[in-house]
Design a protein around this ligand. Structure first.
Ligand SMILES: [Zn+2]
Ligand SMILES: [Zn+2]
Length: 416
């Protein structure tokens, strides 16, 4: 037998990325959570009936890592990832335990997971029985990896989340050739992002205009990845505008600097970071709103986090700029589509202009097609997307590939 892939999540959906790859070993490949589900509560991956030998995480985003501690309820296995992935997971998992009710794991499982980590570095091959595993930079967030597995002369590549285009924090992933089975994220398979440089310029113009008029620019942003990218974009173009950062973005920036090799230019980012005001108290928050400037704060979709405090405490010259995707019915989505948010069960009107700019850390359509073309796989498994069925049809009928869009619970076998 060759490879076999069990889809436990992120199949015809974005969220709860989780797979089990069977070779001579049984390998859990990501084990994430879906925080914003249509059901209104978080959902988790399926459990597998096979006893896993070990687990691998492509990166620390909770939709890939958030349920890993759950495995430590019943299993005593090691898990692998890049060193920054481990440090960021520690921070995010601790935070999840604090804020989320109904999490399926306890602090005891978290502690067990933290002790079971072994590092895996980009470009180094590790052998597990007859299976060889190697990670590559995925260009998505600090420490993000694509995972290559070689078994009986066949190569399977799991992209995790990736981006080819260069941005401020990352050079971008490189495409990989000679892949037999390609498991590729398809978040933006049907949509291209505008060129990053254009978006950056528009972003800086918006900031400078608002600040010149005496307002605050509120940037709801994920603490992991987006916050660091935005700091770096602003400082690349404007050395003087005051930047305030609230939420966990500061701790994550410190991890980025600790593992400087995992970002494009740690020296420059270190300098940029020293010009940023880190919010540590309610008094700091008041200071931030009393002067024109930029406030970057979690949560990115405005579902909780300090960003909600700012919305009603800035002057009327201020503006909100979203730089990432907001799931339907989150506060970010409500603000963009209806001019209101919901807090403590109440709908509150927000009287500020709202803009949206696309700073996505995911590959757009052209990047996905280029990746597939260079990999030239015999089989494509489309995952981590809402439109994977449609994209599979296009790849098969227009481009002549053999692509499938599996459903959760599917198991795909490959003969030798
Ligand atoms: Zn991600
Ligand atoms: Zn993801």
């Amino acid at each position: 037998m060759g490879f076999s892939i069990e889809c436990l999540g992120a199949s015809r959906e974005v969220g709860r990325s989780a797979f089990m790859i069977h070779t001579d070993k049984h390998i859990i490949t990501d084990y994430g959570i879906k925080i914003f589900d249509e059901s209104g509560h978080p959902v988790f991956p399926m459990e597998t009936e096979t006893e896993p030998d070990f687990a691998i995480l492509s990166h620390a985003h909770l939709d890939h890592s958030g349920c890993l501690p759950l495995l430590y309820k019943n299993h005593n296995i090691r898990w692998y990832g890049t060193p920054p992935t481990k440090d960021i997971c520690e921070l995010l998992w601790q935070d999840s335990i604090k804020i989320s009710e109904g999490l399926p794991y306890s602090p005891a499982h978290f502690n067990k997971a933290m002790k079971a980590f072994s590092p895996m570095l980009y470009g180094q091959t590790t052998e597990f029985g007859e299976t060889k595993i190697k990670m590559y930079d995925a260009g998505h967030i600090g420490g993000s990896a694509m995972v290559e597995m070689e078994y009986k002369d066949k190569v399977l590549l799991y992209t995790g989340d990736f981006k080819l285009e260069e941005c401020q924090m990352h050079k971008g992933a490189k495409t990989i050739e000679n892949v037999d089975v390609l498991m590729i994220e398809s978040t933006y398979a049907l949509q291209d992002h505008p060129p990053r440089k254009e978006t950056e310029k528009k972003f800086i113009e918006e900031i400078e205009e608002t600040v010149d008029n005496g307002g605050n620019v509120l940037l709801p942003a994920f603490a992991l990845g987006r916050t660091q990218e935005l700091i770096s974009v602003i400082r690349e173009y404007n050395r003087d505008v005051p930047i305030f950062v609230d939420g966990m973005g500061r701790e994550i920036a410190k991890i980025y600097l600790r593992y400087g090799k995992y970002i494009k230019d740690a020296q420059t980012f270190g300098k940029q970071l020293r010009t940023v005001n880190m919010i540590a108290s309610p008094a700091d928050r008041r200071t931030a709103t009393k002067q024109p400037g930029v406030i970057i704060s979690s949560a990115g979709m405005m579902n909780g986090g300090p960003i909600l405090n700012y919305l009603f405490n800035v002057n009327s010259e201020s503006k909100v700029i979203f730089t990432g995707y907001c799931v339907k019915d989150t506060n970010g989505w409500k603000l963009q589509n209806g001019g209101y948010i919901t807090k403590d069960g109440q709908d509150l009107h927000v009287d500020l202009p709202v803009e949206k700019l696309d700073f996505s850390a995911h590959a757009g359509r052209s990047e996905i097609l280029k990746f597939i073309k260079d990999a030239d796989p015999k089989k494509i498994i489309l995952i981590h997307g809402d439109k994977t069925e449609e994209f599979a049809k296009e790849l098969n009928e227009v481009h002549g590939y053999d692509a499938v869009a599996p459903m959760r619970g599917d198991r795909i076998d490959f003969e030798e």
